[in-house]
Write a protein that binds this ligand. Structure first.
Ligand code: B1M
Length: 232
């Protein structure tokens, strides 16, 4: 992103925190996975909490990528490199975000809906839910009603989580929930939905139990909903 100086000359470990975060966002933008991994490790060594590294350096960088993607400055191949770099950083954080030795808080099946291949947000939700003691079965991307239903049948989770990042794919959540209603199984599960283009009204309109703004609120809402379900 910034061409002010040659990247070869930059020693990440020599940068103060604020400049390192800025450099990591540049590196994420440029799809430099190794550098993003190194920056993530340095911030952790300096005592940063994993969720702070995630929010400020990685998600912050991806937000800039999203703006330039929307504005036609970046294209799919470049955004894929950024996503790959982001996943490199997330892998370093995974054991920290997923560390939990508590009793299982509940079970969740999660997947990105049919027609949609965005999975970074879903993967984050998975990590944070595991960190909170949930068992998470990740179905991956592009999930059809049939695939969700097969997973519900096989794993019998407390929660079905669906992710969508496109305005064209988010209506598919209603297709899944409507089919749950027709088959008489809607009340057997807590249904949580999330993804950048959604909001609370949408969650209500499609008949979900709740819309989750981000991974942290997904954890809070999941805990709340499971407690309610167990109490009833
Ligand atoms: Co896409 N893309 N993309 N893309 N992409 C968006 C979503 C877009 C907003 C970019 C833009 O125009 N600014 C735009 C959608 C516009 C719209 O629908 N209104 C868009 C588009 C148009 C497209 C294509 C159609 C582009 C094309 O081909 N012309 C295409 C569609 C492909 C398809 O899915 N069929 C496409 C492709 C891609 C890539 C493959 C290049 C890549 C995805 C790589 C991957 O995921 N492995 C990509 C990316 C990376 C993005 C942006 C830049 C970043 C998404 C992301 O990872 N964010 C995105 C722009 C943006 O959102 N700023 C964009 C970081 C992530 C941590 O946040 O996913 O929001 P998010 O997840 C959050 C919350 O939303 C929530 O918690 C997460 C963590 O806090 N959450 C949940 C998410 N899921 C949840 C589920 C839950 C709970 C909470 O369940 C309980």
């Amino acid at each position: 992103m910034s061409d002010d100086y040659d990247d070869e000359d930059i020693i990440l470990g020599d940068l103060p925190d604020d400049e390192l975060v800025e450099q990591m966002q540049d590196d994420l933008y440029d799809g430099l996975k190794e550098e993003v991994i190194e920056g993530t490790e340095i911030l952790l060594e300096r005592g940063w909490a994993a969720d702070k590294v995630l929010t400020e350096a990685l998600v912050g960088g991806m937000t800039i990528v999203g703006i330039d993607f929307r504005d036609g400055i970046l294209f799919v191949p470049e955004v894929l490199s950024s996503a790959n770099a982001m996943k490199g950083g997330m892998e370093v954080l995974r054991p920290l975000l997923s560390a939990s030795d508590g009793a299982r808080a509940g079970k969740m099946v999660i997947g990105t809906v049919k027609g949609d291949i965005h999975d970074i947000g879903k993967n984050l939700v998975k990590m944070m839910m595991e960190g909170a003691g949930f068992e998470v079965i990740d179905l991956g991307i592009n999930q059809s009603v049939e695939e969700y239903f097969a997973a519900l049948e096989e794993h019998k989770p407390d929660i079905l989580g669906m992710s969508a990042l496109l305005t064209t794919t988010m209506p598919y959540m209603k297709v899944v929930i409507d089919e749950m209603v027709s088959q008489g199984i809607r009340e057997d599960y807590i249904v949580l939905v999330g993804g950048a283009p959604l909001n609370e009204e949408f969650g209500e309109a499609v008949g979900a139990d709740a819309y989750c703004r981000d991974a942290a609120s997904a954890v809070d809402i999941a805990k709340e909903q499971v407690a309610l379900k167990r109490a009833s």
